[in-house]
Every structure is written in C-alpha cells, then in structure tokens.
Design a protein around this ligand. Structure first.
Ligand SMILES: NC(=O)c1ccc[n+]([C@@H]2O[C@H](COP(=O)([O-])OP(=O)(O)OC[C@H]3O[C@@H](n4cnc5c(N)ncnc54)[C@H](O)[C@@H]3O)[C@@H](O)[C@H]2O)c1
Ligand SMILES: O=C(O)C[C@H](O)C(=O)O
Ligand SMILES: [Mg+2]
Length: 583
C-alpha cells in the first residue's frame, strides 16, 4: 500500500507530507490536528466543512482538553479519556501530558495503568499496537507487516507476555497497555517519535481464572502455554523483529520471573535488547542507593542489604549493586556476601530450594543454624539477625515492611535506607508517612509508585520515585542515537551513574533521586552517557559528533509540524535527520 503520509525533520524543522484527503486525514491520530488546521490547510486537504469554523492554536486546544480531563470522575475515567485523546489527536495528547506531567504521568502510567490493564476488556475501544497470539503463530509476519511501518521506520519495540504485570501478576491480553504506557513515557521523557515505537503483546493464554471466566475477556481463552512451544514462539518473535525492524531496540517488559531472566540471557548477546524490570530497575535503584549512602558519608560496599522479593527486579537490583561494590574494591564473593535475599519461602539459603537465577545470593546454611524459623526465615527474623542498613522491597506484598520490622531496622543504624519499590501503589511494602514516623524522620526513602511529600517535625520530605521510568527512556534514546547493536552492562551502569550525578540528597528531606518533573532533562543526560558507553563498548554503529546537541535534536517535541500537501509520498522513507556519521 502506498504511504499516506511521512514525517521528516530537516534542519530542526519537522514537516509532514500528507497524501490523503478529507476524513482520511482526520482518521489518523498523528494527522488529526482538529481545529488546529488553518483555513488554507483545510482547503488543500479537503477538510472544508469537516471541522467547526474556528481555528485554534495548540495552546487553546490544550486548555480545552485539560478542562475535559478535569471533568472526569475518577482515575480510570481519566485514563480512558487520555487513551481516547491519544487515538484522536496524538500530538495534542503528548502536548497535554508534557504540560501537566506530574498530574498525567500517574494516569497514563503507574499506578493507574495497572487498573486499566485489569479492566482492559471492559474499557477496550480502539486497538493500539500489535496483538500476537500463540494460536496464530503462522500469522506473525503478516501481523508485523500490517502495522504499516517499514524497516527504517522503527526505533523501539516494547513487548510483554503479561505474566508479571507490575505487582498484579498475570493479566493476559490486557498487558498490551503496559507496552503502550511505556512507549508513551519514551515519547514524553526522551522524545522518541510516536510513530517509531511499537507496543506488542504476546498472548500465550492466561492462568488468571477471573479472566478465563469473564465472558467479555478479549484474549486467548486457555491456560498459559509453557515449555518448548512458548520458547519457539518467543524465538520466532525475536527473529521477526530483527527481520522487520533491523534497527529496533527490543524492550522486554513484565515477563514472569523465570522467563524474564531466561529470555534476557538468551537474547542479550543476539540482538539489541534489554529487560526493563531487571536492568532498568537496577539502574534507577542503584542510583537511589548511591545517593542515599553518599548522604550518609558511606560507600555501597559498607552496607548490609536485604532484598525482600528476590525475583525479576530484586535480583537485577542486587546484581548491579554487587558490580558497583566490586568497583569500590570488594571481590565478587565479598560483594555477594553483603546481600540477603528473600523469596516466597523466606530467606534464600543453601538448605532450601530456590530458582536458578537466585542461587548466587543463597546464604550458607551454617549461618542460619541458630536462627528462629526451622529452615524458613521470614523478614522479621532476617532483619533481627542481619541488622540491615538497606532494605529493598520488590515482593509485591503490601504492608510487609511492618512497624515492628522497620523500628527494629532503625534501632540498628542511624539512617536506614528503605525502598518499597512494588507497584502499583496498592502493592507497596510500606507508605512513606509511616516509614518516616517509625524512624523519627531518619529513613532515606525511595518508592516505586508516586507519593506526595510528607510533613514531619517541621521538615518537608520529598519522596524519591525509584521507578525505571527515570532511566529506560534515556537507555532507549542513547541506544537508538548510536544505533547500538547490543545493550551492555556498562551501558546500564552508565545510566545509573547519570542519574546519581543529578541527585543531591545532602539536605534533610531532599529526595534521593531527581524528581519526575525533570524527566526530560534526566532522560537526555542518561541518553548521552548510554550512547558514550555504547561507543566505548564497541557496540555503536555510529558516533555522535556533538553528543548534547545531537541528543537534544533527536528528541521529538509535541508541536504541530509544517504541513506539505502532496499527491504521493516518495519512497524510501529513510530518516532525514542523521544524528551522527556512520562509524
Ligand atoms: N520501581 C520499579 O521501577 C519497579 C520495577 C520492576 C518491578 N517493580 C515491582 O516489584 C514487584 C515485583 O516485580 P517483579 O517483576 O520482580 O516480580 P517477580 O514475580 O519476578 O518477583 C517477585 C518476587 O517476590 C517474591 N515473593 C513473593 N511473596 C513473597 C513474600 N511473602 N516474601 C518475600 N518474597 C516474596 C517471589 O518469590 C518473587 O521472587 C512488583 O510489584 C513490581 O511492580 C518495581
Ligand atoms: O511499570 C512500572 O511502573 C515499573 C516497573 O516496570 C514495574 O513492573 O513495576
Ligand atoms: Mg515492569
């Protein structure tokens, strides 16, 4: 099918060539500027009479839709409203989100996206992204082609199989919305062009009985396919991405713990890909931990770290912190001995069963011989015995950082670092106001979901949001900017470093991470460091001549482009703004 339109940027000016007319223009979210079209443009595009007479600026349109947004009764309705706006006029949607970032991010992303995923089938209207069903594996190539993007057109593919959505588990086909949400954050934070990212759900069935028994459920209605058939489907998908979109970075999101680690290990050396829950989370949490221990005048290597929930995120976080301790001078074994991990059966130790990816954090069984618990040691016992200085929560067990546990921890150190990272808000291991109360304001806190500042003892405590949203957009942009062929550990460590450098947690009450308000600047800083690391690692296929300028120019802004009305679009569609020279 001939192309209907094409965006290009020449000398910093974005233009869209449009080869369709009339209602076909208004039917495309990236072309529908609504009353934003001038009268001349309306005449040239066959839009006369299809729009009300007034011509609006983008600012006027934002004002109107913001009022409509404010009129929504609850967060889920706000999500649905924004979702519909994205499918109506996508540039206006991104402008609205950019202008009201702090208010909108918790709607289009965590925590509200969690509820929207759970209610996917009842709130579904217009499909967005690609739905790949294991029952139609043979149709995968056709499905990817049907999306309409050519090999040069795609920078990013975000994929989930929906088994481990946030902390709410298996959500079947509704998981597409986490991929949509992550891409919206890529665009908002790092200026990835809205057309250059594709959200994908791999629907392999669901083990969620509520979904299987819901007559309105829109996904494949059978139990999750596992084993060889699942692996073959994932392999077919990874290969199809390489063939259809050879320059795309593949972002794995919210897979179940075993598959997440296995898939990352299988593909990280095969194609440009990373796992956000393992590596993105690790980078942001390491940055928060570094800022917190610096505020105490200590090193990471000096800490005793308990990871409550040694799953996808927990083990990723431990691995990166271990690597930082090694840089600080510890041996790998010494560094690993600074961690105590807990799974659903309590402390990981060599006398109890565990999963392969957890084994390096198993404590020797001799260490626990005198402990209370007969082989199963819960968080309270671990905290009592270990006296941790850092407590990480990636368990999705709400309230598991109890008053008794937190007071016990705080009795053993001056500034306990406590990070309840589980999302959405309903899964948080503790809420900041409680943590500050139980520790008399001594705790250094980071949470996964957003929390309002807390007033205590005359101090306002701003709560750092340690959400991978602070790093994955920059990791993506950095990798895309230099067309990296892999995402290496050093690129992830560089992302953590870039965030840590932009944090100063010295003052009492200051957050241990930059605010989400600074998302765009942080993402640009992360992208520059990630791109540089990619070049140093030899995985970049082009270099940036002026990193700051080049990254800045690559970041798409939500403004209406100059319209060029044409009869047809010339192929090929190679990107016209080259960020650097071929290496
Ligand atoms: N802040 C962030 O950026 C961020 C990033 C990724 C994940 N998360 C959150 O972390 C949580 C876990 O996500 P995940 O992807 O790692 O899931 P996961 O299923 O891979 O890991 C959860 C782990 O918790 C363990 N667990 C379960 N019950 C437990 C209990 N009672 N005590 C101790 N451990 C227990 C499980 O054994 C598992 O190892 C989710 O809520 C998710 O939203 C946050
Ligand atoms: O999606 C988020 O908010 C962060 C993270 O990827 C998660 O799974 O919780
Ligand atoms: Mg996730």
């Amino acid at each position: 099918m001939p192309r209907q339109f094409q965006f290009r940027t020449v000398d910093g000016v974005e233009t869209v060539q449009i080869a369709v007319r009339g209602r076909q223009v208004l039917a495309r979210p990236m072309l529908n500027f609504g009353p934003g079209y001038t009268l001349d443009e309306r005449a040239a595009l066959g839009l006369r009479g299809l729009l009300p007479p007034a011509v609006n600026t983008l600012t006027e349109q934002v004002r109107r839709v913001y009022q409509q947004f404010r009129g929504q009764p609850d967060d889920l309705s706000r999500y649905v409203f924004l979702n519909q706006l994205q499918d109506l006029n996508e540039i206006l949607y991104y402008r609205l989100v950019a202008d009201h970032l702090e208010e909108m991010l918790p709607i289009i992303y965590t925590p509200t996206v969690g509820e929207a995923i759970q209610k996917f089938s009842s709130t579904f209207d217009r499909p967005r992204g690609i739905y790949l069903s294991i029952d139609d594996a043979a149709g995968m190539d056709e499905a990817l082609a049907a999306h309409g993007q050519g090999p040069e057109d795609v920078d990013l593919v975000v994929v989930t199989d929906s088994e481990g959505i946030l902390g709410i588990g298996d959500q079947g086909v509704g998981g597409i919305r986490i991929a949509v949400g992550k891409l919206a954050v890529y665009t908002t934070a790092a200026g990835i062009h809205p057309l250059r990212g594709i959200p994908v759900v791999l629907d392999v069935g669901t083990d969620n009985l509520d979904l299987l028994n819901d007559p309105g459920y829109l996904g494949a209605r059978h139990a999750r396919v596992r084993g060889e058939r699942y692996d073959a489907f994932v392999a077919q998908f990874a290969d199809a991405v390489r063939r259809h979109f050879p320059h795309a970075l593949l972002h794995w999101e919210d897979f179940g713990a075993d598959n997440a680690h296995r898939i990352l290990a299988a593909y990280r050396d095969e194609q440009c890909s990373f796992n956000d829950d393992i590596q993105g989370t690790a980078a942001v949490v390491a940055a928060a931990a570094l800022a917190a221990v610096r505020a105490k005048g200590e090193r990471l290597a000096d800490q005793r770290i308990v990871v409550h929930g040694a799953g996808t995120a927990g083990v990723g976080v431990a691995d990166l912190m271990r690597d930082i301790m090694v840089q600080e001078g510890l041996s790998e074994k010494e560094a690993e001995s600074r961690f105590w991990g807990l799974g659903s059966r309590g402390l990981l130790h060599t006398g109890a069963p565990m999963r392969a990816f957890q084994e390096r954090y198993a404590r020797p069984v001799e260490e626990v011989s005198g402990w209370d618990g007969a082989g199963r040691y819960d968080l309270a016992e671990v905290v009592r015995q270990v006296r941790p200085t850092v407590l990480v929560g990636t368990s999705a067990q709400p309230g598991s950082f109890t008053e008794a546990i937190v007071r016990d921890m705080a009795a053993g150190c001056d500034r306990p670092v406590i990070m309840p990272l589980s999302n959405p808000t309903s899964r948080s291991e503790a809420v900041p106001a409680d943590l500050l109360r139980w520790t008399d304001g001594r705790a250094l806190i980071a949470t996964g979901s957003p929390f309002a500042p807390v007033e205590q003892g005359g101090t306002t405590f701003e709560i750092a949001q340690a959400n991978n949203a602070l790093v994955f957009p920059g990791i993506g942009l950095g990798a895309v900017a230099v067309r990296a062929t892999r995402v290496t550990d050093r690129m992830i460590a560089a992302a953590a470093q870039a965030v840590a450098e932009r944090t100063s947690a010295g003052r009492l009450g200051a957050p241990v991470l930059p605010s989400m308000r600074q998302l765009r600047a942080v993402s640009a800083a992360v992208a520059i460091r990630v791109a540089e690391a990619a070049v140093e690692e030899g995985v970049a296929t082009r270099e940036l001549e002026h990193p700051l300028q080049d990254i800045h120019e690559l970041m798409w802004q939500p403004v209406y482009p100059t319209v060029e009305v044409v009869d047809h679009i010339d192929e090929p569609s190679a990107r016209t703004t080259e960020p650097g020279r071929e290496a």
